[in-house]
Design a protein around this ligand. Structure first.
Ligand code: PEP
Ligand code: MG
Length: 319
């Protein structure tokens, strides 16, 4: 099976009834980018940029940002890259940040909130991102957005930096949907965002109030919980009102039992581990979108993640 999947991995993933799903890769390094291309990723759906900031004495310069993203874009051979701005907080060792420890780092100054105390870090990153060529290859993704005001303010900053750099073409800006408030406000966010990308790791953590790092809760902290599925449904519906597309970049997107349900809820991009791309593409090709739609609606009415998993396994057995 693996060998057959590899042979077709460079082709698009289209369901048996003609719905195209983009299968992208989650990456953090230039090596990951090469692995993504080798495995047939259609794009990069999430570039985590934290590595660029940690294990060093001072923050990266604008040019270091630009060079680092440029080398990745160059390796992608024309594929687009969604690059997420810095998402660290008091739980990560970043010497030059000198953040006071927080009792609940997951609820503290992480993601775009960090810019409240260190706006320079985000500003330099955005300036570096804006300089990458060709311009259309990069989309900016903002982590931990909780309302439209945050997005509007950041978009204004991005537009100012773009103007200062002489850019006149539009820059695509998306938001991570990884906090319940963002899913609930997907409609309002979609008025100002070009796309939404659901971070199911954090969305599950914050919806179920289960620490994603707590091993004893790993089995219960399941993104197929119907409450999380309802938030995903709400996200897609909110985005659809404004003609925007929705992807999933959390681990749920690479979970074979979740794939049919996410597709059925209307997600059109799944960003997964580079090595998972061939298998997820193969799974999408065996799906019937209309059946996925019906069964996803049914799943929203179930009462536990175990029930959702059982139903999914029955309809779409794992190979
Ligand atoms: C997520 O929260 O699902 C996500 C993709 O981001 P990270 O895992 O980096 O927090
Ligand atoms: Mg996250």
């Amino acid at each position: 099976v693996r060998e057959a999947n590899r042979r077709t991995s460079q082709e698009a993933a289209v369901t048996s009834d003609g719905r195209a799903i983009e299968i992208a890769a989650n990456i953090a390094t230039l090596d990951d980018a090469k692995t993504a291309v080798d495995n047939g990723a259609d794009a990069v759906g999430l570039l985590r940029t934290e590595l660029l900031f940690i294990h060093r004495q001072a923050a990266p310069t604008i040019d270091e940002h630009r060079q680092s993203y440029q080398s990745i874009v160059d390796a992608l051979g024309g594929r687009t890259a969604i690059i997420r701005t810095l998402d660290v907080g008091a739980d990560k060792e970043v010497d030059y940040l000198t953040l006071p420890p927080e009792p609940n780092p997951a609820l503290g100054l992480r993601g775009i909130r960090l810019a409240q105390v260190r706006p320079d870090l985000l500003d330099d990153q955005l300036r570096g991102l804006i300089a990458v060529q060709p311009h259309g290859a990069v989309r900016i993704l903002l982590p931990m957005v909780t309302d439209a005001g945050e997005l509007i303010a950041l978009r204004k900053r991005i537009d100012e930096f773009a103007r200062a750099a002489g850019r006149t073409d539009p820059i695509e800006v998306g938001v991570m949907i990884e906090v319940p408030s963002a899913a609930l406000l997907a409609d309002q966010l979609s008025q100002h965002a070009d796309f939404l990308s659901i971070g199911t790791n954090d969305l599950t953590q914050y919806t179920l109030a289960m620490d994603r790092c707590q091993r004893d809760l790993a089995a219960q902290a399941d993104g197929l919980h119907p409450a999380v599925l309802r938030l995903i449904d709400m996200t897609v519906k909110g985005a659809a009102k404004h003609g925007k597309w929705v992807g999933v970049c959390g681990a749920l997107g690479g979970d074979p039992l979740a794939v049919p349900l996410l597709v059925g809820l209307g997600v059109t991009e799944l960003s997964v581990d580079p090595v998972s791309v061939p298998g997820i593409k193969a799974r999408v090709r065996r799906l019937d979108y209309q059946l996925c739609r019906q069964r996803a609606q049914d799943a929203l009415a179930l009462d536990s993640a175990q029930a959702v998993r059982a139903v999914s396994r029955e309809i779409w057995p794992l190979d």
